[in-house]
Design a protein around this ligand. Structure first.
Ligand SMILES: [Zn+2]
Length: 150
Protein backbone atom coordinates (compact mmCIF):
# COMPACT_ATOMS: atom_id res chain seq x y z
CA UNK A 1 0.00 0.00 0.00
CA UNK A 2 1.19 3.49 -0.82
CA UNK A 3 2.44 5.40 2.21
CA UNK A 4 0.45 8.57 2.80
CA UNK A 5 2.41 11.68 3.78
CA UNK A 6 0.28 14.45 5.29
CA UNK A 7 2.14 17.61 4.35
CA UNK A 8 1.28 19.60 7.49
CA UNK A 9 2.68 16.81 9.68
CA UNK A 10 6.05 17.30 7.97
CA UNK A 11 6.29 20.96 9.02
CA UNK A 12 8.19 21.52 12.26
CA UNK A 13 5.69 23.56 14.27
CA UNK A 14 8.34 24.48 16.84
CA UNK A 15 10.55 26.42 14.42
CA UNK A 16 8.04 28.56 12.49
CA UNK A 17 7.27 32.13 13.39
CA UNK A 18 3.64 33.25 13.10
CA UNK A 19 1.97 34.99 11.46
CA UNK A 20 2.95 33.79 8.00
CA UNK A 21 1.68 32.61 4.62
CA UNK A 22 3.06 29.30 3.45
CA UNK A 23 2.34 27.60 0.15
CA UNK A 24 1.78 24.07 1.39
CA UNK A 25 0.28 22.24 -1.55
CA UNK A 26 0.07 22.12 -5.34
CA UNK A 27 -2.02 19.61 -7.20
CA UNK A 28 -2.34 19.12 -10.93
CA UNK A 29 -5.69 17.65 -11.91
CA UNK A 30 -5.98 14.96 -14.62
CA UNK A 31 -7.05 17.68 -17.08
CA UNK A 32 -4.04 19.85 -16.24
CA UNK A 33 -5.58 22.48 -13.98
CA UNK A 34 -3.51 23.59 -11.01
CA UNK A 35 -4.90 23.86 -7.48
CA UNK A 36 -2.81 25.48 -4.74
CA UNK A 37 -3.20 25.37 -0.97
CA UNK A 38 -1.90 27.85 1.60
CA UNK A 39 -1.36 27.83 5.35
CA UNK A 40 -2.50 31.20 6.73
CA UNK A 41 -1.03 31.00 10.20
CA UNK A 42 -2.41 33.49 12.68
CA UNK A 43 -0.84 32.51 15.99
CA UNK A 44 2.26 30.75 17.24
CA UNK A 45 1.64 26.97 17.36
CA UNK A 46 1.46 25.55 20.88
CA UNK A 47 1.91 29.02 22.37
CA UNK A 48 -1.13 31.09 21.49
CA UNK A 49 -4.38 29.33 20.59
CA UNK A 50 -7.41 31.30 19.40
CA UNK A 51 -10.66 30.64 21.27
CA UNK A 52 -13.33 28.95 19.14
CA UNK A 53 -15.58 32.03 19.13
CA UNK A 54 -12.79 34.10 17.55
CA UNK A 55 -11.81 31.46 14.96
CA UNK A 56 -15.44 30.84 14.07
CA UNK A 57 -16.18 34.55 13.62
CA UNK A 58 -13.01 34.95 11.51
CA UNK A 59 -14.24 32.06 9.36
CA UNK A 60 -17.62 33.72 8.76
CA UNK A 61 -16.09 37.14 8.09
CA UNK A 62 -13.20 36.02 5.88
CA UNK A 63 -15.39 33.64 3.85
CA UNK A 64 -16.77 36.66 2.02
CA UNK A 65 -13.86 39.09 2.35
CA UNK A 66 -11.19 36.77 0.95
CA UNK A 67 -13.39 36.06 -2.10
CA UNK A 68 -13.79 39.81 -2.66
CA UNK A 69 -10.00 40.15 -2.66
CA UNK A 70 -8.92 37.21 -4.75
CA UNK A 71 -10.55 35.15 -7.51
CA UNK A 72 -11.15 31.42 -7.73
CA UNK A 73 -11.21 30.55 -4.03
CA UNK A 74 -12.24 26.93 -3.53
CA UNK A 75 -12.26 26.96 0.27
CA UNK A 76 -11.11 28.75 3.42
CA UNK A 77 -11.31 26.60 6.54
CA UNK A 78 -10.03 26.83 10.11
CA UNK A 79 -7.36 24.43 11.34
CA UNK A 80 -8.47 22.12 14.12
CA UNK A 81 -5.58 23.38 16.28
CA UNK A 82 -7.09 26.90 16.09
CA UNK A 83 -3.84 28.59 15.12
CA UNK A 84 -4.76 29.37 11.51
CA UNK A 85 -6.67 28.65 8.32
CA UNK A 86 -6.19 26.73 5.09
CA UNK A 87 -6.94 28.52 1.85
CA UNK A 88 -7.38 26.51 -1.36
CA UNK A 89 -7.55 28.17 -4.78
CA UNK A 90 -7.70 27.29 -8.43
CA UNK A 91 -4.52 28.32 -10.24
CA UNK A 92 -0.79 28.36 -9.60
CA UNK A 93 -0.76 31.05 -6.93
CA UNK A 94 2.11 32.61 -4.99
CA UNK A 95 2.52 33.63 -1.35
CA UNK A 96 2.89 37.38 -2.03
CA UNK A 97 -0.46 37.58 -3.82
CA UNK A 98 -2.15 35.60 -1.05
CA UNK A 99 -0.59 37.73 1.70
CA UNK A 100 -1.94 40.93 0.11
CA UNK A 101 -5.44 39.46 -0.21
CA UNK A 102 -5.29 38.24 3.40
CA UNK A 103 -4.19 41.68 4.63
CA UNK A 104 -7.04 43.37 2.76
CA UNK A 105 -9.55 40.83 4.09
CA UNK A 106 -8.34 41.44 7.65
CA UNK A 107 -8.68 45.20 7.19
CA UNK A 108 -12.34 44.54 6.38
CA UNK A 109 -12.68 42.38 9.51
CA UNK A 110 -11.47 45.35 11.56
CA UNK A 111 -14.22 47.53 10.05
CA UNK A 112 -17.00 44.96 10.51
CA UNK A 113 -19.90 45.73 12.80
CA UNK A 114 -21.46 42.29 12.72
CA UNK A 115 -20.68 38.67 11.93
CA UNK A 116 -22.46 37.46 8.77
CA UNK A 117 -24.73 34.41 8.91
CA UNK A 118 -24.91 34.47 12.72
CA UNK A 119 -28.21 32.64 12.98
CA UNK A 120 -29.43 29.05 13.38
CA UNK A 121 -30.49 28.75 9.73
CA UNK A 122 -27.09 29.63 8.21
CA UNK A 123 -24.70 28.28 10.86
CA UNK A 124 -24.26 25.10 12.87
CA UNK A 125 -23.17 26.80 16.12
CA UNK A 126 -24.23 30.43 15.79
CA UNK A 127 -24.00 31.20 19.51
CA UNK A 128 -20.23 30.61 19.46
CA UNK A 129 -19.20 33.66 17.41
CA UNK A 130 -17.10 36.49 18.83
CA UNK A 131 -16.69 39.62 16.74
CA UNK A 132 -14.58 41.10 19.53
CA UNK A 133 -12.28 38.06 19.47
CA UNK A 134 -12.05 38.07 15.66
CA UNK A 135 -10.97 41.71 15.68
CA UNK A 136 -8.50 41.13 18.48
CA UNK A 137 -6.62 38.50 16.45
CA UNK A 138 -7.11 40.22 13.09
CA UNK A 139 -5.59 43.42 14.48
CA UNK A 140 -2.62 41.66 16.01
CA UNK A 141 -1.89 39.67 12.87
CA UNK A 142 -2.37 42.66 10.55
CA UNK A 143 0.43 44.69 12.08
CA UNK A 144 2.90 41.84 11.80
CA UNK A 145 1.82 40.86 8.26
CA UNK A 146 2.15 44.41 7.00
CA UNK A 147 5.66 44.57 8.38
CA UNK A 148 6.60 41.29 6.65
CA UNK A 149 4.75 41.47 3.32
CA UNK A 150 4.07 45.11 2.34
ZN1 LIG B 1 -20.74 29.08 11.61
Amino acid sequence: MEKIVVESFTMDHTTVEAPFVRRCGRIETPKGDIITKFDLRFTQPNKEIMPTGAVHALEHLMAGFIREEIADVVDLSPMGCRTGFYLILVGDRQEEEIAKAWINALEKVMLSEEVPAANPVQCGNYRDLSLFGAKEYAGEVLEKLKASYL
